[in-house]
Design a protein around this ligand. Structure first.
Ligand code: GDP
Ligand code: MG
Length: 362
C-alpha cells in the first residue's frame, strides 16, 4: 500500500488533484482511499469526495500532526475496510512540518502494509509567482511563513493551476523555481481532470521512500501564523417560502462575496457546498481569483429544501468573520422571508500546533 501525503497552502488545489488522481487510479482498477483533514468538523471536501464516489474518512478538529493517533486510526480503518492500493492523505492547508511529525513517525512505527510514503506540496502558480518575484502576497508575514515552510519541505513540489498562466510567464516561473529550489523535484500541473494529473501520478510512482530532511522550523512563528487565520464553518437548511430556497442562497452568497471584497479580507479558502439531495454544487474562492462571483447553476431545477455547508478560512479575527456571515444571513433572511435553520456553526482560530510526535524533537 502506498501512502501519498498531500500538503500545501489553503486553496492550492489539493482536493481537486486527489479527486482527479483517485478517478484515474480507480479507472485502472486500483483501490483508493482518502483521508481528509481539517481543524473544523463540517467539511465540504469530505462531502465532495464522497459525492465523487471516493471512499473518504476524516480526521477533523485538528491537523494530522497534532492528532497523530486519529490519523493512524483512520489509516487502519481505511486499510481494513477498503484494502486500498493507494491512500491519499490531505493535510489541512495551514499545516507545516509534515516530514518531522507525520512522515517520520509513519516510518518509525511502520507496519507491514506501509510500503512507500511520499510528500507532495501543492502551491498555486499565481501565489508562487508573486512570492518568487518578491511581490506582496495578500497575507501577514507569519502566514506567509507557513506557505514558505510547506514549500521548503516538499518531496515533490507541484506548481498547480498552470493553465492560468501564459506560456512565457510559466517558463519564467519554472526558471525562478529551479533557481530557488535547485534540489527539488518540481512539477507544473493542471489538476482539473483525471487525464491532466497523469504527470503527478507518474512522479508518485517513480518516487520511492521519502528522503528530505525535516524542517528547521520556528513553532513560535508557525503557531502565530496559524492564529492569524480564522475558521468559520456552518451548515444551513433553507426552505422555500414565497421565494425558492436557492434564491435565498444566491442572495446570501452575493452578500458574502460583496462583504469580503469591500472589507478587503484576505481569503485562504472560502468554500460552499450546496445540495438538495439530488443536485450538488461546490463554490470555491481562493486568493488570486479576483472579485468573487458565485452563480448557482440552473436555479429552476433545485428542490424546495436545500442545505448549504460553509467552510471559510480567512485572515482576521474569528469574531469579525463570524459577525460577517451572521449579518449576511440576517440581511438575506429579512429581505427574502425565507426559513433558514442553522444546523451547526462554529468559528475559531486554529490552536497552537503541538505535534503528538516529532522526529527529531525540538
Ligand atoms: N484553473 C485551475 N483551478 C484549479 C486547479 N486545481 C484546483 N483548482 C481550483 O482551486 C480551488 C481550490 O481547490 P481545492 O482543491 O479545493 O484546494 P485545497 O484547499 O488545496 O484542497 C477550486 O476552485 C478548484 O477548482 C487547476 O489545476 N487549475
Ligand atoms: Mg482541500
Amino acid at each position: 500500500m502506498k501512502i501519498y501525503l498531500v500538503s500545501g497552502f489553503l486553496g492550492s488545489g489539493k482536493t481537486t488533484a486527489i479527486i482527479s488522481a483517485s478517478k484515474a487510479l480507480m479507472a485502472q482498477g486500483l483501490k483508493v482511499g482518502v483521508i481528509t483533514n481539517d481543524q473544523g468538523k463540517y467539511l465540504v471536501d469530505t462531502h465532495f469526495m464522497r459525492l465523487n464516489d471516493i471512499p473518504a474518512v476524516e480526521v477533523n478538529g485538528g491537523c494530522f500532526c497534532c492528532n497523530y493517533g486519529d490519523f493512524n486510526q483512520s489509516l487502519e480503518q481505511i486499510t481494513q475496510e477498503i484494502k486500498p492500493d493507494v491512500v491519499f492523505a490531505e493535510s489541512v492547508g495551514s499545516c507545516a512540518d509534515i516530514v518531522a511529525t507525520v512522515v517520520k513517525p509513519l516510518m518509525e512505527f511502520k507496519t507491514s502494509h506501509e510500503e512507500d510514503t511520499t510528500l507532495t506540496t501543492f502551491t498555486d502558480a499565481r501565489l508562487l509567482k508573486i512570492y518568487l518575484e518578491g511581490g506582496d502576497l495578500p497575507f501577514q508575514d507569519h502566514v506567509i511563513y507557513i506557505f514558505e515552510q510547506q514549500i521548503q519541505e516538499a518531496g515533490i513540489l507541484v506548481i498547480n493551476k498552470v493553465d492560468l498562466l501564459a506560456d512565457d510567464v510559466l517558463g519564467d516561473l519554472l526558471d525562478r523555481t529551479a533557481q530557488h529550489f535547485p534540489e527539488k523535484q518540481v512539477l507544473p500541473l493542471v489538476s482539473l481532470t483525471p487525464e491532466s494529473v497523469t504527470p503527478w501520478l507518474e512522479s508518485l510512482q517513480n518516487t520511492l521512500q521519502y528522503a528530505t530532511a525535516p524542517l528547521k522550523i520556528s513553532y513560535k512563528i508557525y503557531g502565530s501564523g496559524e492564529q492569524e487565520l480564522a475558521w468559520y464553518d456552518a451548515q444551513l437548511r433553507v426552505e422555500s417560502g414565497s421565494k425558492p430556497a436557492v434564491e435565498w442562497v444566491q442572495d446570501f452568497l452575493g452578500l458574502v462575496a460583496q462583504q469580503i471584497s469591500e472589507q478587503g479580507i484576505p481569503v485562504g479558502h472560502l468554500k460552499f457546498l450546496l445540495s438538495d439531495g439530488v443536485h450538488h454544487q461546490k463554490f470555491s474562492l481562493v486568493s488570486g481569483d479576483g472579485a468573487p462571483v458565485f452563480v448557482i447553476d440552473r436555479p429552476e431545477e433545485w428542490g424546495q429544501t436545500v442545505e448549504l455547508t460553509v467552510n471559510a478560512r480567512l485572515e482576521g479575527s474569528q469574531e469579525e468573520i463570524k459577525q460577517l456571515f451572521q449579518s449576511c444571513l440576517t440581511e438575506s433572511t429579512d429581505s427574502m422571508k425565507t426559513k433558514v435553520k442553522v444546523l451547526a456553526e462554529e468559528s475559531f482560530h486554529p490552536g497552537f500546533p503541538k505535534p503528538t510526535y516529532r522526529f527529531p524533537k525540538i
